[in-house]
Design a protein around this ligand. Structure first.
Ligand code: BLA
Length: 510
């Protein structure tokens, strides 16, 4: 017969070119199952090296699918995917027994091929059904959550309850693709990760793209030996973007091992086609999760996505309403109050909360008022760094945006949004943001761990933190578009009021 060889797989990468690793083309699978793949018309093209042993088949290239001695339900399912003319179709599953072992057989079509994966299952179908019922009850409970924090806290508890992972985290991405652990449910003896922040590079760009398309992945045992896919020489590599047995990037495996993790599962939270976050689950030992339970977790993550989306829209419109009423109040107060410093001081709390800033400086006719921990000398130097009589909003987000000499004495105050409310009086209201590093709730840096793999400390929480620290040093959180827009509207109204006041005073004097 035709000789078969291991298929080509993605090239080796290192820490510097992580984002180039073609993780969808590993050319191998995890060993808790076996894989067969066929042409669109149902002729066998290739298989995993363990398929003959696990599935009791004697595969040969070009064999029609229905000539394989597979259980009838599998052949029936394959029949639904073969010869349809569709190059992509979503998966279906059928449970079967082969040689006394239970399998979930999952079939899908990708890039004009039909892929059949047989995942070994250790728990009985009746037990799985019970878990699925629990999962659906969880989903109903989630829909009732009114806040994002409540939703995430409840979701990690529920997912841990019906999957049995040792640790379940909600990981939320930030605008620069770094991420925070924003909710966590874990076994008591595990060190908490809640509040920790990780750099964008811990989940490289191609992985994020894949996780939008395929929202769930499972690494059953980090100590596995990958099983190669075999096919006749020249068989194009199998695209495993949608395969459940896809072998995982060795770099990520080292990361998990360094964290002491034995198995991992993660589910994407996608909102409007964007990766909002992940539910990341860790187990300290090997952990297979049956397909139906993974699908329940996937549905739960979809419900989370749509619930988060509606909570966020509600918050956004509340924010817009609140900003409008704050503006009105501020303007009214300015009209009645002789000293604008008094007005801005009264409104400091609501201004800081509306701009998500930590300190405010108001200056007018050379007088200063400070709210927050900014030394008076620094406040003066900050005001002096603004253009005299300037009438545009000024924004600075990082150290490099500042002129000397003030730059070298800023300390943690690296973000500035300065609003000129009365240019003739050099009247500015300034809000300041601290350097991002100040805001992260690390209890100091994470512990230095004594064991790590061949690629070294970078692939540990501590190494990740150092990487993140290097990229954001000297940066405040950037000013969000909605906050900028609100500041511009406020500026226009304040300038109008101050001009009206000046005209009035001059008229009275005359
Ligand atoms: C994938 N990295 C991932 C995944 C997570 C993380 C959740 C998804 C895969 C999974 O479910 O396990 C990151 N996991 C975390 C973080 C925490 C966690 C931040 O538990 C925090 C508690 N990873 C690196 C570096 C590279 C890298 C430096 O740290 C590359 C240079 C690569 N991470 C990497 C790759 C994948 C990945 C390639 C994709 C794995 C795959 O799906 O094949």
């Amino acid at each position: 017969g035709t000789s078969v060889i291991p298929m080509e797989h993605g090239r080796q990468v290192d820490l510097l070119n992580c984002a180039d690793e073609p993780i969808h083309l590993p050319g191998s699978i995890q060993p808790h199952g076996a894989l067969l793949f066929f042409t669109a018309s149902g002729l066998l093209e290739g298989w995993s090296a363990n398929a003959p042993g696990l599935l009791a088949v004697d595969p040969a290239p070009g064999m029609p699918y229905d000539a394989l001695p597979l259980p009838q339900p599998v052949l029936d399912l394959l029949g639904e995917y073969v010869g349809t003319g569709e190059t992509e179709s979503s998966p279906s599953m059928v449970p079967v027994g082969i040689r006394g072992q239970d399998f979930d057989c999952i079939v899908h079509a990708a890039c004009g091929r039909v892929v059949a994966e047989f995942e070994g299952r250790d728990v009985g179908a009746d037990q799985v059904a019970l878990f699925a019922v629990k999962a659906h009850a969880s989903i109903d409970r989630l829909r009732r959550q009114k806040s994002i924090e409540g939703l995430l806290a409840s979701a990690v508890d529920q997912i841990r309850a019906f999957t049995g992972f040792d640790r379940v985290m909600a990981y939320r991405f930030r605008p620069d693709d770094s991420g925070d652990v924003v909710a966590e449910s874990r076994r008591d003896e595990l060190m908490p990760y809640l509040g920790q922040r990780y750099p964008a590079s811990d989940i490289p760009a191609q992985a994020r793209r894949l996780y939008i398309l395929n929202t769930l992945r499972s690494i059953v045992d980090v100590d596995y030996q990958a099983v190669p896919l075999l096919g006749p020489a020249g068989t194009p590599t199998l695209d495993m973007s949608h395969a459940v047995l896809r072998s995982v990037s060795p770099i990520h495996i080292e990361y998990l091992k360094n964290m002491g993790v034995g198995a991992s599962m993660s589910v994407s939270i996608v909102i409007n086609g964007r990766l909002w976050g992940l539910i990341a689950c860790h187990h300290m030992a090997r952990k297979p999760v049956p397909y139906s339970i993974r699908m329940a977790a996937d549905v739960l993550a979809q419900v989370m996505g749509s619930t988060i989306h509606s909570i966020e829209s509600r918050l956004e419109s509340q924010l817009i309403e609140r900003s409008a009423s704050n503006r009105t109040n501020l303007v009214e107060d300015l009209l009645l109050e002789d000293d604008p410093l008094e007005t801005f001081s009264r409104f400091a709390g609501s201004i800081l909360s509306a701009t998500d800033a930590q300190a405010q400086i108001t200056s007018c006719y050379g007088r200063l008022r400070v709210h927050g921990e900014v030394p008076a000398g620094l406040a003066q130097a900050i005001v002096d760094s603004l253009p005299e009589g300037g009438h545009d909003l000024i924004m600075r987000e990082k150290l490099d945006d500042w002129p000397e000499p003030v730059r070298s004495r800023l300390g943690k105050w690296v973000g500035l949004m300065a609003l000129p409310f009365d240019p003739p009086a050099n009247g500015w209201n300034i809000v300041l943001r601290v350097e991002q590093i100040e805001q992260v709730a690390w209890g100091g840096r994470p512990e230095k761990t004594s064991t790590f793999g061949p690629l070294g400390e970078r692939l540990t929480p501590r190494g990740s933190f150092d990487a993140w620290y290097e990229t954001v040093r000297g940066h405040a959180h950037p000013w969000e578009a909605t906050i900028q827009a609100n500041a511009r509207m406020t500026m226009a109204e304040l300038v109008r009021v101050m001009t009206a006041r000046r005209t009035q005073t001059e008229a009275t004097r005359a």
